[in-house]
Ligand binder design. Structure first.
Ligand code: TRP
Length: 387
């Protein structure tokens, strides 16, 4: 653990991770931790900003995700791995940063607007069976809530009452609104300068910069300004051809067992126009097959230099020339997935067998994180004349 930059990143504990999480984030985290001072945080408080109702699976989800982090190669000897809720300074700093954060910055945050829509779609028990029946609820200032807000048994009056009630409000809660302030606190507590994130997080990092600047201009220089690190991560396609995402249910888990792995691969999206093995296929995204073939996308990752293989080019040629069928191509892919998936599962199981290992890693991480966070908070309190 050394190097010029301080790297901070976090993930909400959603449980087992999928290949998109690995190729899009984790793999890069592992590489960064070889050269920089890195903090990787399970942001369980951020999880609560939307998942506050059902916290029963939270502890399992944290553990499952941590096991995936460790099995993927994050090494507690090279980086600080910890839970946000173990370091109370995150809450203290978020509170204080809130004092200098204009509401308008938060309201204009595109991530907030998007997530608001997502929230509307994914609220428990909602169904789209009454299409378009609620368009405008003026009292809420909601111009289009779409059909996702409506439960089958409800009329519009019920919907409106539910939306204004504390549970089913249309804007999410105070904590959700303050999501980026908490995220800024995460980063600034450790002096994070390099923040590896996906494209969707750029507005949050920008907000963290602005909050840091505003704080510094009022109270004097305390915080370094964080920069996002966008890694040109390959887009990992899900088994239905769309982007791999937990909410689409099209994921392949890192810890996927051999049987379900095989079932998912054999059922995955390829090229709907390639009906017979001899039909010329369209492996890459193109007008004939806009999403591209999800199996080819996996050949490019696992049947490639990364694993000392180069079969993906041959598969592409054979596919385009109608010299291989999708079933054979899928079987071939499985032979390349077997090794990496087996290694991953074995590593994961061996960590799991060591009783108390995950807890020990979190405890040690929290201890190291707290030491740094406490120093930062001293400087913050002094700058604000709180001490
Ligand atoms: N909001 C991030 C996400 O959903 C998670 C996160 C929380 C984070 N705090 C962070 C990422 C700080 C980078 C730095 O992916």
């Amino acid at each position: 653990m050394a190097g010029g930059e301080i790297v901070f990143s976090g993930m909400r504990p959603t449980g087992r991770l999928h290949l998109g999480n690995y190729w899009g984030a984790l793999k890069n985290w592992v590489e960064l931790s070889r050269a920089h001072t890195c903090y990787f945080c399970v942001v369980d408080w951020h999880m609560l900003t939307t998942g506050y109702e059902d916290t029963a699976p939270l502890q399992d989800n944290i553990r499952e995700m941590a096991l995936d982090w460790l099995a993927a190669g994050l090494d507690p000897a090279r980086c600080v791995i910890f839970k946000q809720s173990s370091v109370a300074e995150h809450a203290e700093l978020a509170l204080l940063l809130g004092m200098v954060t204009p509401m308008s910055w938060l309201r204009n945050n595109p991530t907030w607007k998007d997530q608001l829509q997502e929230l509307a779609k994914t609220r428990v028990g909602l169904s789209a069976s009454k299409p378009e029946s609620v368009r405008i609820i003026p009292s809420l200032g909601v111009t289009s809530v779409g059909s996702a807000f409506v439960r089958p048994e409800e009329d519009e009056g019920d919907v409106e009452r539910r939306l204004v009630s504390s549970e089913g409000n249309s804007e999410g809660n105070y904590g959700f609104f303050g999501y980026p302030v908490l995220q800024a606190a995460d980063i600034l507590l450790y002096g994070g300068t390099l923040i590896p994130v996906g494209q969707d997080q750029l507005p949050h990092i920008e907000l963290a910069r602005e909050i840091a600047r505003r704080f510094n201009s009022i109270y004097g220089q305390v915080f370094a300004e964080p920069k996002p690190l966008l890694t040109p991560a390959p887009r990992v396609q899900g088994t239905d051809g769309r982007k791999m995402s937990k909410s689409y249910g099209n994921g392949i888990e890192l810890a996927e067992g051999p049987e379900s792995l095989k079932a998912k691969i054999m059922g995955a999206y390829t090229d709907p126009k390639k009906i017979r093995a001899t039909d010329p296929g369209h492996p890459e995204p193109c007008p004939e097959n806009p999403p591209g073939c999800s199996i080819f996308a996996l050949h490019k990752l696992y049947n490639s230099d990364e694993y000392g293989k180069k079969g993906w080019r041959a598969r592409r040629e054979e596919c385009m020339q109608g010299r291989i069928g999708c079933v054979a191509c899928k079987r071939d892919l499985l032979t390349h997935l077997e090794g990496p998936f087996r290694d991953f599962r074995e590593k994961r199981e061996s960590i799991e067998r060591r009783t108390g290992e995950v807890e020990r890693i979190f405890d040690e991480g929290a201890r190291r994180a707290r030491a740094v966070a406490a120093e930062t908070m001293k400087r913050v309190r002094r700058a604000m004349r709180l001490a």
